[in-house]
Write a protein that binds this ligand. Structure first.
Ligand SMILES: Cc1ncc(COP(=O)(O)O)c(C=O)c1O
Length: 439
């Protein structure tokens, strides 16, 4: 028989409620999670998730690589490995990074369980409660979950069509330093930003590195999407010009498949040493099996051709999304990404993407509300639309449904507030939006 726990130690839902460490408070299920469970039903067109379209990867490429790994080095693949990662894969990762201008040594690469885990390890090494992480506003939601789980504060620096705004970064640093805050790093996604879709210009990369250097701030450059460009490559990585002040994160999740859970960090030497120790403490070693299969794939398959295939798929889907927005919702504004998975949409003043989501799901279309991407509740007038997973036809259907929802919302708004003009009101050209001020 299970003993009944005393109510003082918890609450009705969780008897351990009062036992958790303070840092666990940040680990809350998002308010929209329940809706996303509904949104994954087949009749719903989901423009919400960021799942790569792995069906564009011929299964034989993976099956053959797995087969050879198991026949030729099965016992090694099934064994624990090095906490830093398989040496041959670390050499091959150098070739991948060279495509974005990075020259490095395999000794400074640490293989991790996806780049998500690298974000976790870097945060573990650097963040104390009350520290500040600078990041773009909006920013990648699950990075912010990690930062908050280490009880750090996220300070959003505005961005525009060319990415993070250097002048705003200067001002934020000054203000934070004036307030006696400790800034630990700048977390940035320079290429085909998640969720904003924009790319940091070359000139700004240099300026931001300069600002970071002047202020002794480490740059955490997160680059999952850089090789998935459409018309032209993104500028070279920030790490290509700055070795000592940048920790660069890469992954095979978007250029191959996320199921392998293999990413990496390239770090200055001293940080690299600590990353290896933290990696060992967390997982002993990243999966030998996944690493060896990826290594075999890179050695024998046309991996650059496969990335080209992914580019073609995503480019077609982005075009389908923008064409549909143009046709059904011409009065909204949106970014036009040259790669990656995401478009960032700004709604007319008075609309609230979070409040609207249940109605959208009822109309069988889902998106991610902008509020998910801000640590401070901003983003109500924004939504992220992902074009990576649904087919072009489904994307069209989804946007048509979304247009119905928006039209109904605007009608309501007109009725109750005497306004309803579909005027995109992005007054200053920046992405951060004021909270809904009419409803
Ligand atoms: C900006 C960004 N960073 C990191 C990740 C994590 O990727 P993974 O852990 O699969 O390498 C993602 C996944 O979507 C992402 O969008």
């Amino acid at each position: 028989m299970t003993a009944q726990r005393s109510p003082q130690t918890g609450n009705n839902l969780d008897p351990w409620y009062h036992h958790y460490a303070e840092r666990a408070a940040g680990l809350r299920a998002s308010e929209v999670r329940a809706l996303f469970a509904v949104a994954s039903r087949p009749e719903v067109v989901s423009l919400a998730g960021g799942m790569p379209f792995v069906a564009a990867l011929p299964p034989d490429l993976v099956i053959n690589a797995m087969d050879r790994v198991m026949r030729q080095q099965g016992p090694v693949a099934l064994q624990y490995g090095s906490g830093q990662g398989v040496p041959v894969l670390r050499e091959q990762i150098l070739e991948v990074m060279a495509l974005e201008g990075i020259r490095a040594h395999a000794d400074d690469v640490v293989v991790t369980t996806g780049s998500q885990h690298a974000l976790e390890l870097v945060s573990k090494l650097f963040l104390d409660p009350g520290d500040v992480v600078l990041s773009e506003g909006p920013s990648y939601v699950t990075a912010m979950v990690i930062f908050k789980s280490y009880q750090a504060e996220v300070d959003h620096v505005p961005m525009d069509e060319q990415g993070l705004i250097p002048e705003a970064l200067r001002q934020h640093i000054q203000r934070l330093k004036g307030a006696g805050k400790t800034i630990k790093f700048l977390y940035t996604i320079p290429n085909f930003h998640n969720p904003a879709g924009v790319t940091l210009s070359w000139a700004r990369r240099l300026e931001i590195l300069e600002i970071a250097r002047e202020n002794d701030i480490l740059v955490l450059e997160d680059n999952p999407y850089g090789l998935l460009y459409f018309d032209r490559p993104a500028p070279d990585a920030m790490r290509s010009v700055e070795e000592d002040g940048v920790v660069y994160l890469g992954t095979f999740s978007k250029t191959l498949a996320p199921g392998f859970r293999v990413g990496w960090a390239l770090a200055p030497h001293a940080i690299r040493e600590k990353l290896v120790l933290a990696n060992e403490a967390a997982v002993l070693s990243p999966s030998s099996f996944s690493q060896l299969v990826i290594s075999e794939y890179l050695a024998t398959a046309d991996w650059k051709g496969q990335i080209n295939t992914f580019r073609g798929v995503y480019h077609e889907r982005k075009n389908a999304l923008l064409d549909a927005l143009e046709e059904y919702l011409p009065d909204l504004t949106w970014t036009n990404p040259n790669g990656g998975f995401y478009v960032w949409v700004t709604l007319p003043k008075g609309l609230d993407s979070k409040a609207m989501l249940p109605r959208a799901v009822k109309e069988l279309v889902a998106y991610t509300p902008g509020t998910a991407f801000f640590a401070d509740g901003d983003g109500r007038r924004n939504m992220r639309l992902s074009f990576c997973y649904p087919t072009p036809d489904h994307i069209r259907v989804g946007i048509r449904r979304l247009a119905t929802v928006l039209r109904d919302e605007l009608d309501l708004l007109e009725t109750f507030a005497g306004t309803g003009s579909l005027n995109p009101l992005r007054e200053d050209g920046r992405f951060s939006s004021p909270p809904a001020d009419i409803l």
